[in-house]
Write a protein that binds this ligand. Structure first.
Ligand SMILES: Nc1ncnc2c1ncn2[C@@H]1O[C@H](COP(=O)(O)OP(=O)(O)OP(=O)(O)O)[C@@H](O)[C@H]1O
Length: 943
C-alpha cells in the first residue's frame, strides 16, 4: 500500500516557519539530475517516506542530510558535519548503527517518525552502489525494539474510522500482536480512546475530530487503506473470514487501515505473522472506567505531587512481565461477567489455601521471560539466539508450574493448568539446536550446538583439526629448525605466519617463503601452512554460514508455533495475576467478596493504597442495602474522599478477580464507575474547573444506570454557594429518582443532609471528630476517620484552617463569623417554626419526588419561585471556608475589613488591596494558586 502520497500529517515537533526535516530536502530536489548515485538514492527514500526522518545507513552510521541533519544534530546532540561533492555541500549528521536505540528514542520523543534505511546488500559484494531499503518506520505507536518500549506496559497504535453512531476504533500492540476492534457512538469511542491512550492515532478521512485528553501523535494516514475493499483485503491476510470478526463497515475500515499502516512501519514486508488474534469487543463487556475515573481513583498514576501510591502498585506482586501487563489490563477493564469473576475468586481462594503451591508457581514464573514479545520477535525474524534460549528457559518453567498445580481442585485452576501447553517439541528443538550461552550476533558462529547438524559438525571438525595442526606447528618447527625463539602467529591481513628473529634467519629451511619483513624479524609461510590456512578459513566461513542457516530454520520452526506460544503466554499471564491476587490477599488480610448481591455491603472496608502508607488505618463499613444514595458530610480532612474511593476500589478489585481489603463484602456486579471529584483537584489541568466539573456531571447524569457506582465529591463547589448548592441538590435528587445508581455524595453543604432524611432511598453518613475543649483555650480537633450514621453536626473548617497555618487574625475573625451565623440561624429557626424557605437549600420534598424535575428544573433554579433573598436566603451557615452571607470573596473581604475597624496590619491591607484588584474571571486556576501563595507569604512574612 502506498503511503508516499504525502497524506500523513506532519509530526508535531518542528515549528511552522522552519523547513520541515521530513520529506525530500529542497536543495537535493533542485540538484536532482546532478546528485551522486548515493544521494540520489537518499532523495528517493525521502520522497517515498515524506512523513518521516530518513536515517540512511552509510557503513557504521545512519546519516541524515540537509534540514533533517540539522534537526538530528539538535535532538540527538551529535555533531553537525557536512558532505561535499561536485554538486554541492550538504549538512550531515549521523548516529552509530550499533548504538542507535537511544538516539532513535530521542527522535521519537521529539515527535518524529523515523524511517530506517538499511544497507540490504553486503558492501563488499555490491558492484557499485550498495542497495538500501527502508526496513522499518519507527513511530510512537509501532516501536518494537525492546530498548524503545516502555517496560511492561502496552504501547498501542490506534485507528479510528466512521462517525456518529458508527464510529469504530481498532488498536494493535505492535510488540505483542494483540489486535482489537470495537465501535459505538463518537462519545463511546472517545471514552475508549481515553482509556487506552494510544501512543499514535491514525484517522480515516471521515473520523471525528476528537478532543483527546492524552498526548499522542495523530497521523492522517493513507486514505485508500481505509477504503472498505482495501481493508477487507488487508484483513483477509490475518483472518480467514473478515466478516466473522468485524460487525460493521467502520470496524472493517478501522482495522484494515490500522494493519496496513502497521505493515508499512515494518518495512511493508507483507502481513505481520504474529498478529494471529484479531478480536472484536464491546466496552460493555467490562466494568467501564472512563479516563476521569481511572485518574481520580489513582489506578495507575498518583495525583499527588509528591507521588503517593497507586492501586496497581499496591497489588502488583507479579512475577513476570506477562503478568504485569495482564494485571494492568484487568484493573483497567474489570470483568462484568459474574461467572468469570467467581472463577477468578475460586482460583484465588484455592491458591490462598495452598501457600506451597502458590510460592512454587511464583518462583517458576519469575524465570519466565516476556513470552509475548519474544514470540513477536521470532515471527518478525528479529529474534537472535539469545532470544531462543530465553524462550527455552521460559518453556523449562512450564512443566514445573504444572507440577506445582498437580493437586489443585477448583475448575478454574484445573482448566488453567491443563491449558499450559509445555510445547515440548519447541523446547527440545531449541535445547538441541542452540548453544546455552550464544553470542548476540547470529552470523558469526557459536550459535548451533554440536550434534544438531552432522554436516556442520564435519566442517567444524575440519576447522578444528586445522587449528590443532597449526597450534602444534610451533613445537614441530622449533624442533626441525633448532630455532627456539620461532613463533607461529596469525593476523587479519596476512593470515598464519612463522616468525623468525633476524639473528636466526640463516637457519630458515628452504620451504619457507617470505611473507612480511619487520624491524627485528621476518615472517614466513610454508606450502602446507598455506593449504591448512585456506582449509581452516573456508571451513570457518562455511560453518558460520551453515550455522546461520540452521538458526533461521530453527527460528522458522518456532515461528510456526506462534499460536500455541501465544496461548501459553496468555495462560501464564492469567496464572501470574491469580497467584499475585492470592499473595496480596495473604499478605494484607483481604477477603473473598461475595458477588451478585443486590447492594454494596462492606464490613470494615479499607483503602488498599492509603492503608499501606498510613500508620493506622481506621476500617469503615459501607452498607447500601437500605438506600442507594449516601450523603457524606464531615470536616475537611476527616476522611470523606478516602472513604468514597475505597468503596470504588474495593469494587474494582473484586471485579478484576481479586480479594478485597475488608472484613466481609457483598457486592453487586457494577457496569460503570463514575467519579466527579473536588474542583481544586483539577487545577493542574488548567481548564476552567467549573466548566469541567459540569461537563463531567453531565456525562454521569446521562450515562449512569442503576448498576453504576457514582462518586460525587463536592459537586458545585466551583461556583457561588447558592448555585453550587442548587446544583448539588438537584443532582442528588436526579440520581436518587431517575438514575438509581449507588451513589456517595460528599459535601460541605450541610443543608444537603436534609435530603438524606427526606428521600426514601437516601441516607446520611458523617465523619466523626473529637473536640477537646479546655478552659480559656480554643477547642482542639482530632480526626477519628470513623464513619457514622446521620449528618455531621459541625464542619470545623476554621479549625482545619488553623491547622493549615492561616494567620491567627483571620482564624479569629472566621470564628466570630461562625458564631454570628450560628446565632442568626438559631433566631431564624425559632421565628420560622422549623420550616425554612431558603431558595434551594431547605426545600423539603413530598413523597420522594423533587418539586422540580432534576437538573435544569425548578428545583435547581435558585432564583426562581419564592426565593426571596432576605436574611433567610443564607445558605448553610456552618459552611467551612465559604465566608459569610453570599459567600463571594468580595463580601468576605468587605466583612473582614468592616469588622476589623480599621485595625488591619500593613500586610493585611496589601493583601486586601491585591484581592480587590484581581480580575477573577480572567485568572487561570494556576495564576490563582500562585496569587494565593504570594498573599499567604506576604502575611507569613509579616507574622
Ligand atoms: N480511615 C482512615 N484511617 C486513617 N487515616 C485516614 C482515613 N481516612 C483518611 N485518612 C487520612 O486523612 C487524610 C484526609 O482524608 P481525606 O482526603 O479523605 O479527607 P476529606 O474529608 O475528603 O477532606 P476534604 O474535605 O478536605 O477533601 C488522608 O490523606 C489520610 O491520610
Amino acid at each position: 500500500m502506498n503511503h508516499a502520497d504525502g497524506t500523513a500529517a506532519p509530526a508535531e515537533a518542528a515549528t511552522d516557519d522552519a523547513p520541515r526535516p521530513e520529506g525530500p530536502p529542497a536543495k537535493m530536489v533542485a540538484a536532482r539530475e546532478e546528485l551522486t548515485p548515493m544521494l540520489s538514492q537518499y532523495l528517493d527514500l525521502c520522497e517515498a517516506h515524506p512523513d518521516a526522518v530518513v536515517m540512511f545507513q552509510v557503513g557504521d552510521f545512519y546519516e541524515a542530510f540537509c534540514e533533517a541533519a540539522e534537526e538530528v544534530a539538535r535532538v540527538c546532540e551529535v555533531t553537525l558535519t557536512k558532505r561535499e561533492d561536485s554538486t554541492g555541500t550538504y549538512p550531515m549528521a549521523g548516529i552509530p548503527v550499533d548504538n542507535a536505540a537511544s538516539y532513535l528514542e530521542a527522535l521519537l520523543g521529539a515527535g518524529y517518525r523515523v524511517a530506517v534505511a538499511d544497507q540490504v546488500e553486503d558492501a563488499e559484494e555490491a558492484s557499485g552502489l550498495v542497495d538500501r531499503a527502508v526496513t522499518q518506520v519507527i513511530t510512537p505507536g509501532t516501536v518494537v525494539d525492546d530498548e524503545l518500549l516502555a517496560g511492561a506496559t502496552a504501547t498501542y497504535l490506534g485507528a479510528v474510522a466512521g462517525s456518529g453512531e458508527e464510529t469504530a476504533l481498532a488498536t494493535v500492540d505492535v510488540s505483542t500482536g494483540e489486535c482489537q476492534v470495537t465501535s459505538g457512538s463518537e462519545y463511546e469511542v472517545g471514552e475508549e480512546l481515553d482509556r487506552l491512550a494510544p501512543a499514535e492515532l491514525l484517522c480515516a478521512p471521515d473520523a471525528p475530530d476528537f478532543e483527546l485528553g492524552f498526548e499522542t501523535m495523530v497521523t492522517a494516514a493513507d486514505a485508500d487503506s481505509f477504503d472498505a475493499d482495501a481493508a477487507r483485503e488487508t484483513l483477509s491476510a490475518y483472518v480467514s473470514a473478515p466478516a466473522s470478526v468485524v460487525e460493521t463497515g467502520s470496524e472493517l475500515r478501522a482495522v484494515g487501515g490500522l494493519l496496513d499502516y502497521a505493515e508499512y512501519t515494518q518495512g511493508d514486508d507483507g502481513p505481520l505473522s504474529y498478529v494471529s488474534r484479531v478480536r472484536r469487543y464491546d466496552p460493555e463487556q467490562s466494568l467501564q472506567l472512563d479516563a476521569t475515573a481511572i485518574r481520580s481513583l489513582e489506578l495507575f498514576e498518583s495525583r499527588s505531587p509528591s507521588g503517593g501510591g497507586t492501586l496497581v502498585e499496591a497489588v502488583d506482586e507479579t512475577a513476570c512481565a506477562l503478568g504485569r501487563r495482564r494485571l494492568a489490563a484487568w484493573l483497567r477493564r474489570p470483568s462484568v461477567d459474574e461467572a468469570e469473576i467467581r472463577r477468578r475468586h475460586d482460583a484465588v481462594a484455592e491458591l490462598l489455601d495452598r501457600p506451597m503451591a502458590r510460592e512454587t508457581v511464583r518462583d517458576h514464573l519469575s524465570e519466565v521471560y516476556d513470552l509475548e514479545r519474544l514470540v513477536s520477535r521470532v515471527s518478525r525474524e528479529r529474534a537472535n539466539a539469545r532470544d531462543l534460549r530465553a524462550l527455552k528457559t521460559t518453556l523449562d518453567a512450564v512443566p514445573e508450574v504444572r507440577g506445582a498445580l498437580s493437586e489443585v481442585e477448583c475448575d478454574s485452576l484445573c482448566d488453567l493448568r491443563d491449558s499450559l501447553d509445555e510445547l515440548a517439541d519447541v523446547r527440545e528443538l531449541v535445547g538441541e539446536a542452540i548453544r546455552p550461552d550464544p553470542p548476540q550476533e547470529i552470523t558469526e558462529g557459536g550459535v548451533i550446538r554440536e550434534g544438531f547438524d552432522a554436516e556442520l559438525d564435519e566442517v567444524r571438525a575440519t576447522e578444528r583439526e586445522g587449528r590443532e595442526w597449526v597450534s602444534n606447528l610451533e613445537a614441530r618447527e622449533r624442533e626441525r629448525t633448532g630455532i627456539d625463539s620461532l613463533e607461529v602467529g596469525y593476523n587479519q591481513v596476512h593470515g598464519y605466519y612463522i616468525e623468525v628473529t633476524n639473528p636466526n634467519l640463516d637457519r630458515v629451511p628452504d620451504d619457507y617463503t617470505r611473507r612480511q619483513t619487520l624491524k627485528n624479524s621476518e615472517r614466513f609461510y610454508t606450502p602446507e601452512l598455506k593449504r591448512r590456512e585456506d582449509e581452516i578459513l573456508s571451513a570457518a566461513e562455511r560453518a558460520d554460514a551453515m550455522e546461520y542457516d540452521a538458526f533461521t530454520r530453527v527460528r522458522a520452526d518456532v515461528a510456526a508455533e506462534v499460536e500455541r506460544l501465544q496461548s501459553l503466554a496468555d495462560s501464564l499471564a492469567t496464572l501470574d495475576v491469580l497467584t499475585t491476587f492470592a499473595a496480596v490477599a495473604a499478605g494484607n488480610d483481604y477477603v473473598r467478596p461475595e458477588m451478585g448481591a443486590d447492594a454494596v455491603e462492606i464490613e470494615a472496608g479499607r483503602h488498599p493504597v492509603v492503608e499501606r502508607t498510613q500508620g493506622e488505618f481506621v476500617p469503615n463499613p459501607a452498607d447500601f442495602s437500605d438506600g442507594h444514595v449516601a450523603v457524606v458530610t464531615g470536616p475537611n480532612m476527616s476522611g470523606k474522599s478516602t472513604y468514597m474511593r475505597q468503596v470504588a476500589l474495593i469494587c474494582v478489585l473484586a471485579q478484576a478477580g481479586s480479594f478485597v481489603p475488608a472484613r466481609a463484602a457483598r457486592l453487586p456486579v457494577l457496569d460503570r464507575i463514575f467519579t466527579r471529584v473536588g474542583a481544586s483537584d483539577d487545577i493542574a489541568g488548567g481548564q476552567s474547573t467549573f466548566m469541567r466539573e459540569m461537563a463531567e456531571l453531565t456525562d454521569i447524569l446521562h450515562n449512569a444506570t442503576e448498576d453504576s457506582l457514582v462518586l460525587l465529591d463536592e459537586v458545585g463547589r466551583g461556583t457561588s454557594t447558592t448555585d453550587g448548592l442548587a446544583i448539588a441538590r438537584a443532582t442528588t435528587e436526579f440520581v436518587h429518582d431517575e438514575v438509581g445508581a449507588t451513589t456517595l455524595f460528599a459535601t460541605h453543604y450541610h443543608d444537603l443532609t436534609a435530603l438524606g432524611e427526606d428521600l426514601p432511598d437516601a441516607f446520611n453518613l458523617h465523619f466523626t471528630v473529637e473536640k477537646t475543649e479546655r478552659e480559656g483555650q480554643e477547642p482542639e480537633v482530632t480526626f477519628l476517620h470513623r464513619v457514622a450514621d446521620g449528618p455531621s453536626s459541625s464542619s470545623y473548617g476554621v479549625e482545619v484552617a488553623k491547622l493549615a497555618g492561616v494567620p491567627p487574625t483571620v482564624v479569629e475573625r472566621a470564628r466570630e463569623y461562625v458564631r454570628d451565623a450560628d446565632s442568626t440561624e438559631t433566631d431564624d429557626e425559632r421565628s420560622q417554626s422549623g420550616e425554612s424557605d431558603t431558595p434551594v437549600a431547605a426545600q423539603t420534598r413530598t413523597n420522594g419526588r423533587a418539586d422540580g424535575d432534576g437538573v435544569g428544573g425548578d428545583g435547581a433554579d435558585g432564583d426562581d419561585g419564592d426565593s426571596d433573598d432576605g436574611a433567610d436566603g443564607t445558605p448553610a451557615t456552618d459552611e467551612p471556608g465559604d465566608g459569610p452571607r453570599d459567600g463571594t470573596l468580595a463580601a468576605y473581604v468587605d466583612g473582614i475589613e468592616a469588622a476589623e475597624d480599621g485595625s488591619t496590619t500593613d500586610a493585611e491591607d496589601d493583601v486586601l488591596a491585591e484581592i480587590r484588584s484581581l480580575d477573577v474571571a480572567g485568572t487561570t486556576p494556576l495564576e490563582a494558586l500562585n496569587a494565593l501563595d504570594r498573599l499567604k507569604r506576604r502575611l507569613d512574612d509579616e507574622a
